[in-house]
Design a protein around this ligand. Structure first.
Ligand code: PLP
Length: 395
């Protein structure tokens, strides 16, 4: 029998989240009497740890898919995705432009070197390009001082037939927690792009779910939003849960109790003895550890659900196991099901908060050794291990 741990990925939950986000945008659009933006579903990092093929199935209704790796984009095309594909960081080497050309990819151009590579290229057909503006994140993109010149160079390439549709993109650095700074970045972007017509994209999950951000852009401009984390059922905000946002968890990490220890007061649990019982304590040992992607920094008190009962983690997480408090749960023994996060358990955001990180990191860090079960669109579970070496199945 395989080790009792499993991650379940729900395609219906992905579909629900995409529909829910789209419906919210349509409602905002209705109130602003304008068209809703199109949606790039962000599937970078193997669809935030859920697997590319799950991203393709769950977000089939999206207007386009956005990612980082050329290989991921090629895999999506080869799997039959016909709609737009966006490379969020564009290309890295001149020869990548041939792949961009062959597979009809849209690219963000964020740095001088990419502009030069484009200027030296001769694609078989015009490439759709977005100029990336650095609005204050100071990570990628052209600062306002040089963005106009970069735009003019792209316009020249458009006239030569190297560039097709030309647009602008920006990425907010604090859309989740600082509305004033986000407004400032938005103003910077709006001022700079007044004379840069064309398609535009500025909103990640937090900005997409915040009212009054995307609607500030001119309705004359075609707009795309780029939600990622919310489509996987986790919250981009520290102060609003995914549940409050109407999102459903896509990934559920489950395991089983493999041992039970009855600890007397004074007995300690796990490496470093970071938990010491002060009363008779029933300790369940769960077949999940940091080598499975569970965060080692989660300490005593991190929420966990055992056989439907909400309880807490005890002591330090080890490589293959962790301990949970079964005190008062006398009927729960070896074999009992444990939900580490997801449906029927704590949210991935709650576990992440307890570990001092964000849900993004936990989802992306699920270890390859954890078998996945996919709940397909017609709700039948397809158990199965991950097939490595196949990009569409690799996590
Ligand atoms: C450029 C860009 N757009 C969109 C996203 C999606 O962000 P989120 O997952 O917060 O929605 C990311 C994620 O890091 C990103 O880097």
């Amino acid at each position: 029998m395989p080790r009792p741990i499993m991650a379940t990925i729900s395609i219906p939950a992905m579909q629900h989240n995409l529909n829910h986000v789209t419906a919210g945008l349509q409602e905002q659009a209705r109130q602003a009497t304008r068209a809703a933006p199109k949606v790039w579903a962000v599937i970078k990092a193997h669809a935030y740890g859920h697997g590319l093929s799950q991203g393709l199935a769950g977000f089939a209704a999206a207007d386009g898919l956005a990612m980082l790796d050329l290989e991921e984009a090629v895999a999506c095309r080869e799997a039959g995705w016909q709609k737009p594909l966006l490379l969020l960081e564009g290309f890295f080497e001149a020869q990548d432009i041939n792949v961009v050309d062959t597979y009809r990819l849209t690219v963000n151009v964020h740095v001088e070197e990419q502009l030069r590579m484009l200027e030296e290229s001769a694609p078989s057909r015009p490439i759709n390009v977005n100029l990336k503006i650095n609005g204050g994140m100071n990570r990628l993109g052209f600062i306002p001082d040089v963005a106009v010149q970069a735009w003019q160079r792209l316009c020249a390439l458009q006239r030569k037939g190297v560039v097709g549709e030309l647009g602008t993109v920006m990425h907010f650095s604090r859309a989740d927690d600082d509305p004033a700074e986000t407004q400032r970045q938005l103003e910077t972007f709006l001022d700079l792009t007044t004379d840069m017509p064309g398609v535009t994209s500025i909103c990640n999950s937090a900005a997409t779910l915040s009212t009054g951000l995307w609607t500030r852009l001119s309705p004359q401009r075609q707009q795309w939003v780029r939600p990622g984390i919310c489509l996987y059922g986790a919250s981009p905000f520290a102060d609003r849960s995914a549940d409050q946002l109407g999102l459903r968890p896509v990934m559920t990490l489950q395991a089983r109790i493999i041992s039970v220890q009855d600890c007397r007061p004074g007995a300690s649990v796990g490496y470093g003895h970071t938990f010491t019982a002060t009363q008779p304590t029933r300790v369940g040992i769960v077949a999940c550890g940091y080598a499975d992607g569970y965060p080692r920094h989660a300490g005593t008190g991190t929420p966990v659900t055992v056989a439907g009962h909400a309880t807490r983690l005890l002591g330090r997480v080890s490589m293959d196991m962790l301990a949970v408090d079964l005190t008062g749960l006398e009927s729960v023994g070896v074999g009992a099901p444990v939900v580490l996060w997801g449906e029927g358990g704590p949210s991935v955001d709650e576990v992440a908060t307890a570990a001092g990180t964000v849900g993004y990191e936990l989802l992306c860090a699920l270890a390859p050794r954890v078998p996945r079960t996919i709940i397909s669109a017609n709700s039948t579970a397809t158990p199965g291990g991950v097939k490595h070496g196949d990009l569409l199945n690799e996590e």
